[in-house]
Design a protein. Structure first.
Length: 307
């Protein structure tokens, strides 16, 4: 098992890899086109303020991976982690303020096979920090463990509420943000919060697991010709912001169905649909969908998460 310091150093390296790639020519065009100022915030965001386990020792419900956890760095400057048996929360605190700040639980994607821990994790936290939002990266159970991942997220929302004073968080402004498979996980959390997915372990599990808002970025597995029956839409779904592009043919139809269902149920929502962007870009996009971060920030103001 890694120590807290080792886990912090891993994510620090992930953000620094991103910064070096940005400073090179991989994403250079984006820096001059309204992209989040990741490089400017990297020095602060690279050092996580806390890494905590989601579950107490030997109390995790459900199943764990059958192989040791592995981590790889690809030629695309993406860190991928799989065989997760010890879920964690890595906290990237917003700049210090007297007033409590919003917080967002970040669920990286990876087809429920692995987690893209920097591109859809620590880099997202760095951007959120520039908005004055605490970003908290959830390392949830993979591979092929959707129910375990849901338990991890459900517990994570409650843990953030439990730690609100310690992390200076406003309990009325705690959201979830997911990418690809992580977007599906956040949609599941949005539509089925309150589900008893594991026996209560302690006082934390008496806290509300409903997110105050949700951001789904190119979510996967929502449906093709019809919305997944495992995503029951009702007025209890929190305000939602959905990002997708038309050139993601495998998954964009699911987002359209989800938005239609939200609108029909009179759930506050906004759909940022772009012509180009593809899939799996995080904040690295150089196509039309690169505008999603600015639009999302504006939406967060309309629902009073940001001033």
């Amino acid at each position: 098992m890694r120590t807290t310091k080792q886990m912090k150093n891993c994510l620090a390296g992930a953000v620094l890899v991103a910064a070096m790639a940005w400073q090179g020519n991989a994403w250079g065009a984006e820096a001059d086109n309204g992209a989040p100022p990741l490089v400017k915030s990297v020095a602060r965001a690279a050092e996580a303020s806390a890494v905590i386990p989601v579950w107490s020792t030997r109390k995790m419900p459900g199943t764990a991976a059958t192989a040791p956890e592995t981590e790889t760095l690809g030629s695309d400057a993406v860190i991928r982690v799989t065989n997760v048996s010890e879920p964690t929360l890595t906290v990237f605190r917003a700049p210090a303020t007297k007033a409590p700040t919003p917080a967002v639980l970040i669920c990286p994607g990876g087809a429920y096979h692995h987690l893209t821990m920097n591109k859809e994790g620590s880099e997202i936290a760095a951007w959120l920090n520039t908005l004055g939002i605490t970003g908290i990266v959830l390392k949830y159970r993979v591979p092929s463990n959707g129910d375990g991942a849901f338990q991890d997220l459900q517990r994570a929302v409650r843990l953030v509420r439990a730690r609100q004073k310690e992390w200076n968080i406003d309990v009325a402004r705690i959201g979830v943000m997911g990418f690809s498979a992580g977007g599906h996980l956040c949609a599941r959390m949005s539509t089925t919060h309150g589900t008893v997915s594991y026996p209560p372990l302690d006082d934390v599990d008496r806290l509300d697991d409903r997110p105050d808002f949700a951001v789904l970025v190119y979510p996967a597995y929502l449906g093709t010709k019809a919305l997944s029956g495992k995503l029951p839409i009702s007025m209890k779904v929190p305000p939602s912001f959905i990002v997708h592009s038309e050139d993601d043919p495998g998954f964009v139809s699911g987002s359209k169905l989800y938005v239609e269902a939200l609108t029909a149920s009179k759930v506050t929502n906004e759909f940022a649909l772009y012509q180009t962007g593809g899939h799996g870009y995080g904040v690295r996009c150089t196509k039309d969908a690169k505008a999603w971060t600015e639009r999302c920030a504006a939406w967060l103001k309309t629902i009073h998460v940001l001033p």
